[in-house]
Design a protein around this ligand. Sequence first.
Ligand code: 5HY
Length: 243
Amino acid sequence: MRICVINPNTTTSMTDKIGEAARHAASQGTEIIACTSPSGPESIESHFDESLSVPGLLEVIRQGEIEGYDGYVIACFGDPGLLAARELTSKPVIGIAEAAMRIASLISTHFSVVTTLSRTIVIAEHLARQYGVEHLCRRIRAADVAVLELEDPASDSYRRVRDEAKRALVEDGAGAIVLGCGGMADLARCLSEDLGVPVIDGVSAAVKLVEALVELKLGTSKVGDLAYPLPKRFTGQFAHLSH
Ligand code: 5HY
């Protein structure tokens, strides 16, 4: 099977890291195609950034349907454009936040999330509520690490993420840690050894969920709100979407 893993921000080094984590998790026979969004912000750290990341990731899905991919991963912890993306395909589309939170709920009765900047905490809180795991998520915490600091080997982002996760174990009584950014995909194994608890990277979790759905021959329902978009005229920069 061929899974397209989309980085909705435009930082190619982060796409490479996300692709590597996805390949590490993928089963033999699964090909991972890691794609960087063709348009949008270099990092997604606000509602504004998230909204402007959506057209680019939807374009990747539209192209992916021509390529004939078997499934998609949206590798940004805000799960931007997830439902719109599901409208464009009958294949499974999994967001890394939903994947990580659901997997965490299978291996712990309480987990905490460690994300990047504190201003993004509310985005993850809304998702935990939307996914119905709010009662299992003790707290969404921020390591106050900017997304692109995760790309800088000289930054002490690992220490800050680790220390915030340690606080989550002590203060929240969390049994597992969910990493709140696609750019943290390479930290999970080290952190889990350091902390002695399961640490969930959403990219790996999402790849495994897409594989499971494809093997179960289950895809996105095309009945109701996730049916293909209705044909209509678009103007301006979206005129090419008219059909
Ligand atoms: C992400 N931003 O996973 C989110 C993390 C965040 O560019 N990739 C980003 O801070 O919400």
